[in-house]
Design a protein around this ligand. Structure first.
Ligand SMILES: [Fe+2]
Length: 327
C-alpha cells in the first residue's frame, strides 16, 4: 500500500555496507593492498574503509565466524526522516532498534518487509576526502560508493515498496512477455541506481559497487589481481552493460562477497526521464558486447543477517529460470 498517511522519509543515497569476514588479514590484503581502499579506522576485529572521494567510511569489514552481511545503510537528510522511518516501521510491523557505529552515533536498524537488514542515519562524522591527494592513491583508485544489488525472490513487490514508501524512482527494468519484472534499478540521488533488485533466491546481497574514475582503472584492477596471481577472483568482465551503460568488472573477495567496479553511467534527474525497459531475452542488456555471463553470477550471493540474529532464510525466486546468454 502506498504511503499516504505519514511523511515519507527523505533518503539521500546508499551510504555503506558492513561485511562479516572470516579472516581479517586476508580481507585486508584484498581490499587494502590490492584494491587500494583507504583505512579510515581500525579496531580490534574491524576495518573501516573508504574510496578517495568518500568523506565517511563506506565499507566496514568485521571479523566473524561466518561470512555474511550485517546491513546495508542509507543516509537520510535529517533526524525527522529517521522519525518518519520509525513511524513507517511501526505502521507495517517492521522490527527496528537504535544502534551506533564509529562516526555514526544514531543508526536506525530495521528490517524491510522482505527480510533485508537496512540501516539509516542522518548525522555522521566526516573526514577530509583524498580525491586530490593523488600521492596517497593506491591500487586501481576506487573512488566512492555507488550502489548495492540485492537478489530478491519478489523483484516487483520489493521495487514497489521501495518506490511507494521510500520514494525511490525507477531507472531501468527487465521484463518478459507476460510483464513479469525480473530486475529493477531504482535510485534516490539522480544517478542510475542506489539499489538494484535482481530475481533470485533471497534476499541475499548480490554485490556492492564502487564508482571508478574511468575504464582504465577497472582494467588496472584486473591487471593487479592477475599480477598477484589471483585471476580467479575476477568473476565477470570487464565489459560494458547495456543496462546503465556502465563499464564494469565483478570480482569476489576472499569470503565470496561480490564487489563491482563501475563507471560511466548517466543522470536521471530530469523530471521527464522515462524508465528504460529491456526484454528479458535481449542479451545486450547484460553486456552490450555480447559476452556471456557465468552461471555463478546468477546463483551466488552473500547471506544477510536476520534482525534477531542468525541468517535471513532464503526464499526461492518467484520467477524461475536463468536468462539467455549464460555460460
Ligand atoms: Fe551493479
Amino acid at each position: 500500500m502506498a504511503n499516504d498517511s505519514h511523511a515519507r522519509p527523505d533518503i539521500i543515497r546508499i551510504a555503506h555496507a558492513i561485511f562479516y569476514v572470516t579472516d581479517l588479514a586476508r580481507s585486508r590484503d584484498f581490499y587494502v593492498n590490492l584494491l587500494g581502499l583507504n583505512v579510515l579506522h581500525e579496531t580490534d576485529g574491524a576495518l573501516y574503509l573508504r574510496g578517495v572521494e568518500d568523506r565517511e567510511w563506506t565499507l566496514k569489514l568485521e571479523l566473524a565466524p561466518e561470512a555474511g552481511v550485517k546491513h546495508l545503510a542509507y543516509r537520510v537528510r535529517s533526524d525527522a526522516d529517521l522519525e518518519a522511518l520509525i513511524t513507517l516501521a511501526d505502521t507495517q510491523d517492521l522490527p527496528w532498534r537504535w544502534e551506533s557505529e564509529v562516526d555514526r552515533p544514531r543508526l536506525l536498524r530495521l528490517q524491510d518487509p522482505f527480510g533485508t537488514p537496512v540501516a539509516f542515519y542522518a548525522q555522521a562524522q566526516t573526514h577530509p576526502w583524498l580525491l586530490q591527494e593523488y600521492h596517497q592513491h593506491r591500487g586501481p583508485g576506487l573512488q566512492r560508493v555507488d550502489h548495492v544489488n540485492v537478489m530478491s525472490p519478489d523483484v516487483a513487490g520489493t521495487m514497489r515498496w521501495y518506490m511507494d514508501e521510500l520514494g525511490f524512482r525507477l531507472s531501468e527494468f527487465t521484463e518478459d512477455d507476460d510483464a513479469n519484472i525480473w530486475a529493477a534499478w531504482i535510485q534516490r540521488r539522480g544517478g542510475v541506481h542506489d539499489l538494484a533488485l535482481t530475481n533470485g533466491a533471497g534476499p541475499r546481497l548480490h554485490h556492492f559497487a564502487y564508482w571508478m574514475p574511468d575504464a582504465m582503472s577497472i582494467i588496472r584492477a584486473c591487471d593487479i589481481l592477475a599480477g598477484a596471481r589471483r585471476p580467479e577472483l575476477i568473476e565477470r568482465g570487464p565489459g560494458r552493460h547495456g543496462i546503465s551503460n556502465a563499464f564494469f568488472v565483478y570480482i569476489r573477495d576472499p569470503d565470496g562477497h561480490r564487489i563491482e567496479l563501475y563507471t560511466s553511467d548517466y543522470l536521471t534527474v530530469d523530471p521527464d526521464f522515462q524508465p528504460i525497459r529491456w526484454h528479458l531475452d535481449d542479451p545486450r542488456r547484460q553486456t552490450l558486447w555480447g559476452a556471456r555471463t557465468p552461471r555463478s553470477w546468477f546463483e551466488e550471493g552473500s547471506l544477510l543477517e536476520a534482525f534477531e540474529g542468525g541468517w535471513v532464510r532464503s526464499q526461492p525466486a518467484r520467477l524461475q529460470g536463468i536468462p539467455v546468454n549464460v555460460i
